[in-house]
Design a protein. Structure first.
Length: 37
């Protein structure tokens, strides 16, 4: 495993955009988090 994220939360001011996100990325895999702008 190259990358492992657990319980990631991100907020901009009072706006929470990610809450308790967990994922892992293995060698050779690609991951993208996409959403509205």
């Amino acid at each position: 495993m190259i990358l492992q994220i657990e319980n990631l939360s991100i907020a901009f001011g009072r706006k929470t955009v990610l809450r308790d996100v967990s994922f892992s990325v293995a060698a050779g895999e690609t991951l993208a988090l996409m959403g509205p702008n």
